[in-house]
Design a protein. Structure first.
Length: 341
């Protein structure tokens, strides 16, 4: 079974960065959800909130950045946009932009904390691998990079879940046949709020993201919507995961099928649980989040050495992503919507 996927891109007023080195309370990552009345009024509100918290805790325990990420959580809509019936989940990110490759590379270099960061930066090409495209930064990632206050109180993202879906909120005891693992959907959408998104929303993208710097195909950087691309942080030598290039599914997701085992796969199938792989955490690490390669991470790269952490073990991912782009100085609203069949 394949899940429909939609994406919306909207341009809004630009934001102003506060600069590198903005201080905040010395504490670990906090993912702070605000559940609106569309969730709090439901009979299963406690189950929803507990499952959301379990997925958030996986990231909080793995990532070391001392920032607070504020997420508005809704049912049947995301960021005020209605979701189609049967959509599993969606995310909406405020994005800062536009920036040059030199700026992004400089910020990633200044923020380097781990061996994966060092490897990734050393292997970035001298010229931009996305050509003349400018870059945008999700709000949460800008916090991780120290470009805005890590404890700013505005929303860093919006997550919504759809009507007309049977969710299982307790993956630890297995997923009921015909039901979807809610914790997996939450984990997938949180990852996208944290910055795992691509500018490849179609064949003619308008912008790129830092995550796009680590797309490769046939041993070289690739910024192509249709390419059989893979994730690599060592100059395209090691393939850490194949990106989805099927239909209109997100190009930041992994290629997947009914036997998939990663929360970041492009498609979710009922009756399965999932996990966050080390490749997922490496992906966040190299775009600004600190991950030390634990627990259980092997010292060498390669799919055979990647481990699953933080969630119940199992198989597969999401339904839809919406990206909100905040860029420019005109209050111009530009919208594009696409739907996978």
């Amino acid at each position: 079974m394949r899940i429909s996927c939609s994406q919306l891109a909207v341009g809004l007023l630009g934001f102003t960065f506060l600069g590198l080195g903005v201080g905040g309370p010395a504490q670990a990552l906090i993912i702070n959800p605000t559940f609106d009345s569309s969730i709090s009024s439901r009979s299963d509100a406690t189950q929803i909130q507990n499952a959301f918290g379990a997925a958030a805790a996986a990231y909080e325990s793995a990532l070391s950045d001392s920032v607070k990420i504020n997420i508005k959580v809704s049912w049947g809509s995301v960021g005020g946009y209605a979701m189609p019936n049967g959509a599993l989940g969606a995310s909406l990110d405020p994005l800062y932009g536009y920036f040059t490759y030199a700026q992004i590379k400089s910020w990633l270099t200044s923020d380097a904390k781990t061996s994966y960061d060092s490897m990734a930066i050393q292997n970035l090409p001298a010229s931009s691998p996305v050509g003349t495209k400018k870059f945008v930064l999700p709000s949460a990632e800008a916090k991780a990079l120290g470009l805005i206050s890590g404890y700013a109180t505005g929303y860093d993202g919006y997550i919504g879940f759809g009507n007309g879906v049977n969710y299982d909120y307790t993956p630890g005891n297995g997923i009921t046949a015909g039901y979807y693992d809610f914790t997996t959907v939450v984990a997938h959408e949180i990852d996208e709020v944290l910055g795992r998104i691509s500018g490849l929303s179609g064949y003619t993208p308008n912008w790129a993201t830092p995550f796009d710097l680590f797309r490769c195909a046939s041993g070289s950087p690739s910024f192509s919507y249709s390419a059989a691309a893979y994730f690599s942080v060592d100059g395209c030598r090691t393939n850490l995961g194949n990106f989805n290039n099927v239909g209109s599914g997100d190009r930041s997701d992994w290629a997947s099928g009914p036997g998939g085992v990663d929360a970041q796969n492009a498609y979710l199938y009922p009756g399965h649980t999932s996990g966050l792989s080390a490749a997922d955490l490496i992906g966040l690490d190299v775009i600004g989040w600190g991950w030390g390669g634990s627990p259980g991470q092997a010292t060498t790269l390669g799919a055979a050495n990647l481990v699953y952490v933080g969630l119940a073990d199992g198989a597969v991912p999401e339904p839809s992503t919406l990206a909100l782009v905040a860029a420019g100085s005109l209050g111009l609203w530009l919208a594009r919507r696409r739907r996978q069949v």
